[in-house]
Ligand binder design. Structure first.
Ligand SMILES: [Mn+2]
Length: 424
C-alpha cells in the first residue's frame, strides 16, 4: 500500500526516486576502487496494453510497436570483494510512438549530445559525481558502449573496460592499421582455462575452454566522420583478445571470442586476465534485469493503469532486485573473510527489525540458528530467507530468488507495522 500511494503521488517524480538512490549510494562510498556496470534494458508492457491509460508516460520499444519504456542503470560494486553497493546513475526514457526513426533523424551526423547513445556518457559523468569519494572507478560496458567520445573522457581516476564493436583504425608500431587484424596477428601471450556452461538452445554441453590471450598497446584514431567536425586526439588503450583455442571448440560451433578495450595499464599476463575477469562480472547487471523482469518481480506483467506509475514502480523493484541479488551473492561469496556488511544495503531501522525477526526464527536446536555474524549481509540473507518460507535446515535446498523476493516483500509490510508500533 505504501508503495502504491507513493507511485501514484504526482509530487514524487522519477527524478526524486533516482536521486534518492544515488544519494544513498554516494553516502556509502569509501576511498577504494569501484566497478560500475552500465547497460540498457527494455521493459515490454504490451500484454497489459488494454489496461494502461493511453498517453500516460510510455512509448514503444525496439520493435517500434510494443508498449513500454527503457531503463539504463549503472550498478556499483566494490572491486575488492564484489559486493553490490547501489546505483550511481539511473535513466528511464521512452521512444515516442510514431516518432522519427534513426534514418529520418539523420542519426549519423547528429552531435553526441542529441543522440540516444549520449546516455552512456551521461552515466559516466553522473557516476563520477556519485562516486566522488572513490579512489578509482572502472566503467564496464558491452558492445553498445564502444563510443570514441566515451573513451576520451578517461582520467587517471576514471577507467574503462569496453567490449569492442568497431574494427577501428589504430596506430601500432608507428603504422596506421586495423585493430582486429593487428590484434589477431600479435604474439600469443599465454592461455587460461574457462568453464563454459552448456546451452540447451545452442545444443552445447559444459566444457573447459582453453582461451588464447593476446594484448597490445595501441593508439585508437578518432573516427573519420567525427574528426571532420571536431579536433580529437588519438587515445592510448590496451586492446585485449581472448579467443577459444580451436582444440576445445565443439564441431560446427563458434569459439568464445571477446575483444576488449581498456584504459587500464597492463604490465603482464595476469593484469590482462584481471581485466577480462572484471569484464565477465558484467553478467551481474544482466542478472539484475532478469530479476526485475521475471523470477519474482515480473515487472512486465504489473497490473497498474498509469504508465508513469509503472516506471516508478520499476525503480523500486530495481532497488529490491539489487537487494535480492546482493543477498544471494553474500550467501555464496568467494570472499568469506570480507563478507559485505549488512548496513551497506539496509537502513538502521530495517536492521533493528531484522534483529527482532532473527530472535523469533532462532530455534532451540543448533541446526536452526543463524550461523552468520549479525553485522554481515549473509546474516540478513538467513533472516529474509526464513521470512520467505525457507525452513532453515541444511538438508533443504538453499533458498533461491523466489524465496528471497517473498522475504523482502514481507519485510516491507512488517516494517510498516514496526514503525506504527513505535509511534503509538
Ligand atoms: Mn547492452
Amino acid at each position: 500500500m505504501a508503495y502504491y500511494r507513493l507511485i501514484n503521488n504526482k509530487k514524487v517524480s522519477t527524478e526524486a526516486i533516482i536521486s534518492g538512490f544515488t544519494k544513498s549510494t554516494s553516502e556509502r562510498i569509501e576511498p577504494v576502487h569501484y566497478l560500475c556496470f552500465q547497460d540498457t534494458s527494455q521493459v515490454n508492457l504490451d500484454s497489459n496494453r488494454n489496461q494502461i491509460k493511453p498517453n500516460s508516460g510510455l512509448g514503444v520499444i525496439a520493435d517500434d510497436k510494443s508498449l513500454g519504456f527503457y531503463i539504463h542503470p549503472s550498478l556499483v560494486m566494490k572491486a575488492s570483494n564484489e559486493s553490490c553497493i547501489g546505483f550511481s546513475f539511473v535513466k528511464t526514457y521512452i521512444h515516442a510512438e510514431g516518432g522519427a526513426n534513426r534514418h529520418e533523424r539523420k542519426y549519423n551526423v547528429l552531435p553526441i549530445e542529441e543522440k540516444e547513445s549520449y546516455r552512456w556518457l551521461e552515466s559516466v559523468q553522473q557516476t563520477s559525481k556519485t562516486l566522488s569519494k572513490a579512489s578509482m572507478i572502472t566503467h564496464i560496458q558491452d558492445r553498445e558502449g564502444d563510443i570514441f567520445q566515451l573513451l576520451a573522457t578517461h582520467t587517471p581516476k576514471d577507467h574503462f573496460i569496453i567490449r569492442s564493436t568497431y574494427n577501428r583504425k589504430i596506430r601500432y608500431c608507428g603504422e596506421i592499421c586495423d585493430l582486429y587484424e593487428t590484434l589477431a596477428s600479435s604474439p600469443l601471450r599465454d592461455t587460461y582455462q574457462l568453464d563454459v556452461r552448456g546451452d540447451i538452445r545452442k545444443n552445447t554441453e559444459n566444457r573447459k575452454a582453453i582461451m588464447e590471450l593476446r594484448y597490445i598497446e595501441v593508439e585508437v584514431q578518432p573516427p573519420l566522420k567525427l574528426s571532420k567536425r571536431v579536433t580529437l586526439s588519438p587515445i592510448k588503450v590496451v586492446a585485449i583478445e581472448a579467443k577459444e583455442s580451436p582444440s576445445t571448440v565443439p564441431d560446427g560451433k563458434e569459439p568464445v571470442h571477446w575483444r576488449i578495450l581498456t584504459t587500464h595499464q597492463i604490465n603482464n599476463f595476469s593484469d590482462a586476465c584481471q581485466i577480462v575477469y572484471w569484464y565477465s562480472l558484467r553478467w551481474h547487471i544482466e542478472t539484475l534485469f532478469r530479476l526485475l523482469k521475471t523470477q519474482g518481480f515480473d515487472i512486465e506483467n504489473i497490473e497498474l493503469e498509469n504508465g508513469e506509475a509503472i516506471i516508478k514502480m520499476t525503480l523500486f523493484a530495481l532497488w529490491a532486485s539489487l537487494k535480492v541479488m546482493a543477498l544471494l551473492l553474500s550467501s555464496k561469496t568467494i570472499f568469506p573473510n570480507q563478507n559485505q556488511l549488512v548496513n551497506e544495503l539496509f537502513t538502521e531501522n530495517e536492521i533493528e527489525c531484522l534483529k527482532a525477526l532473527n530472535v523469533k526464527f532462532n530455534g532451540n536446536t543448533k541446526k536452526l540458528k543463524n550461523p552468520y555474524p549479525d553485522t554481515t549481509l549473509s546474516w540478513a540473507f538467513w533472516v529474509i530467507a526464513r521470512l520467505g518460507g525457507w525452513k532453515g535446515y541444511n538438508s533443504q535446498r538453499p533458498p533461491g530468488v523466489i524465496t528471497l523476493y517473498r522475504g523482502i516483500k514481507k519485510l516491507d509490510l512488517i516494517l510498516i507495522g514496526y514503525d506504527l508500533k513505535r509511534c503509538v
